[in-house]
Design a binder for this molecule. Structure first.
Ligand SMILES: Nc1ncnc2c1ncn2[C@@H]1O[C@H](COP(=O)(O)OP(=O)(O)O)[C@@H](O)[C@H]1O
Ligand SMILES: [Mg+2]
Length: 485
């Protein structure tokens, strides 16, 4: 429960720098090890400890001298156990770490199976797997070897106990202080006494693995979280949609600035286009607006309120977003569109699908709207995926819509049709459009031209063309290319 809550509180930065397999390994393998210990080993420990105490009491009732003598074995056992545990603990930690590492690799290779095959990456992947797996093997056999010699060592120490009992018992019997029957009973008890001790020693193997796992789980639980929500969030029923960027400065890492000094004022209802070369920081601006990352300096305001004064969920509720990387989950097309607004009726879903031109291809698919998309949604084309995500955003009916290269894989004719449907829909709503085909954003109210994280020019299409600057150059190069083709 804690882990699943934690995952929601982690900043996106964490997932930028940690592999999925690594996170999965902590959540599955490590938690599994913990629960197994709690289920099985813990009960064993309880029986063992109870047995030890019971036997100790019985031995004391027979002869305290004999009991003391047979307890000599305990410090010897403890010294042995501690010295082995000390050595093997490191290997257990390594074992769990490398297990996460191997899982990360496997996850990655299956995730990108198609590309890996296309580039004949099989042998390289197998080599890499073997390399990581060998490390895992190395750590695992060392930890297992060290703990497997624990049991025979304990048996050896236990046998010393017999010898001591026999010698002392023989001496005391000769002096007639105890009876031969008592010695017999003692030998039985010593056996019962050493058995749980060696059992505990054996469990310590599992406990060590558990400690290593617990460490990894707690490490995860102690990761830095997102900046806390504001304590008294603003409550605005209906926002108008004015968006202001005020000297925004941001970098994904502290030492690297991606957005330098971004300022723009977007009036409610305006259609804004962000254009610029790849890597200019367009997607980054969108992520900042939705507060996936917190800016380092400056302010982003919606209707005059700092976005930090909204709760994250409240802020994101105002946006509908279609990202560059489409995300669809393992479910039917209907369910995937409805993800935009879970309370939507079938009719509303289909209306949104029609606006996004999903309806026109859905009927050619087996099962239509009930067709199940597989995990990577690789059973529909990239363009179709984009259309489905657009339908989802349309269904959400947000105040502010963001389309990040949302139609980049769709043919030009469909793109223009969607644009028209969108224009209707986005009347009086603020929208941010990022598109590479500049012909589709010609009619935007405001075009922000970005380069290297800065706005280099802004204005309407005609104004920018007149300026004959960066935008005019971009536009003309595309226009000529379009004519040539
Ligand atoms: N999660 C990330 N972590 C670190 N750097 C990133 C991350 N995402 C993007 N960048 C960097 O930020 C810059 C801008 O990226 P982006 O905003 O995605 O560009 P684009 O204008 O093509 O959408 C790029 O140089 C990229 O390397
Ligand atoms: Mg982008």
């Amino acid at each position: 429960k804690d882990i699943s809550e934690k995952i929601n509180l982690l900043p996106l930065k964490y997932f930028d720098t940690t592999s999925k397999g690594e996170v999965l390994s902590r959540v599955t393998n490590d938690v599994d090890t913990l629960s197994q210990t709690l289920n099985q080993s813990l009960t064993q420990i309880i029986t063992s400890v109870t047995t030890i105490i019971g036997v100790l009491i019985m031995m004391l009732t027979i002869s305290w001298r004999m009991t003391l003598a047979s307890l000599i074995t305990i410090p010897i056992s403890l010294i042995l156990i501690i010295s082995i545990v000390k050595r093997s603990q490191r290997f257990f930690k390594e074992q769990q770490d490398y297990l996460g590492n191997v899982n990360g690799h496997v996850e990655e290779m299956y995730g990108g199976h198609l590309v890996m095959k296309a580039f004949n990456g099989e042998s390289k992947s197998i080599d890499e797997f073997n390399k990581r797996n060998n490390k895992l093997y190395g750590a695992a056999w060392k930890s297992q070897f060290l703990t497997s010699i624990m049991m025979p060592l304990m048996n050896f120490v236990g046998n010393i106990g017999y010898v001591v009992v026999s010698i002392l018992g023989g001496y005391l019997a000769a002096k007639r202080t105890i009876e031969v029957g008592d010695i017999q009973a003692f030998i039985q008890y010593v056996r019962q006494f050493t058995q749980p001790i060696s059992q505990v020693a054996n469990i310590s193997n599992i406990l060590q693995q558990t400690a290593a796992s617990a460490e990894r789980v707690f490490e995860f639980l102690e990761e830095d979280e997102e900046i806390k929500e504001t304590s008294n969030p603003v409550k605005v029923k209906e926002i108008k949609g004015r968006v202001t960027f005020d000297h925004v400065n941001f970098g994904y890492n502290e030492d690297e600035t991606i957005i330098n000094d971004f300022s723009a004022d977007i009036k409610a209802g305006q259609k804004v286009a962000l254009v610029g070369p790849t890597g200019a920081g367009k997607t980054t601006m969108v992520k900042l607006l939705m507060r996936f990352y917190d800016i380092n300096d400056g302010e982003i305001l919606i209707d005059g309120y700092d976005i930090k004064d909204f709760t994250r969920s409240d802020l994101r509720r105002k946006f509908g977003m279609v990202l560059q990387d489409t995300w669809l989950y393992n479910g039917s097309i209907m369910e995937n569109i409805r993800y935009g607004r879970l309370s939507a009726t079938d009719e509303e879903v289909i209306a949104a699908a029609k606006a996004a031109h999903v309806d026109s291809f859905v009927h050619h698919l087996p099962n239509g709207y009930d067709m199940i998309l597989n995990e990577e949604a690789s059973n529909v084309s990239s363009g179709q995926k984009q259309l489905i995500t657009i339908a989802r955003a349309i269904l959400k009916d947000p105040r502010i819509l963001i389309l990040d290269e949302a139609t980049s894989s769709v043919d030009t004719r469909t793109e223009i049709q969607i644009q028209r449907a969108m224009d209707n829909l986005m009347k009086n709503r603020t929208s941010f459009i990022i598109a590479h085909r500049l012909s589709t954003i010609r009619d935007a109210d405001l075009i922000l031209v970005m380069n290297h994280g800065d706005i280099v020019e802004q204005g309407s299409h005609d104004e920018l063309l007149e300026k004959e600057g960066f935008y005019a150059e971009l536009y003309n190069s595309q226009f000529k290319k379009d004519q040539a083709s």
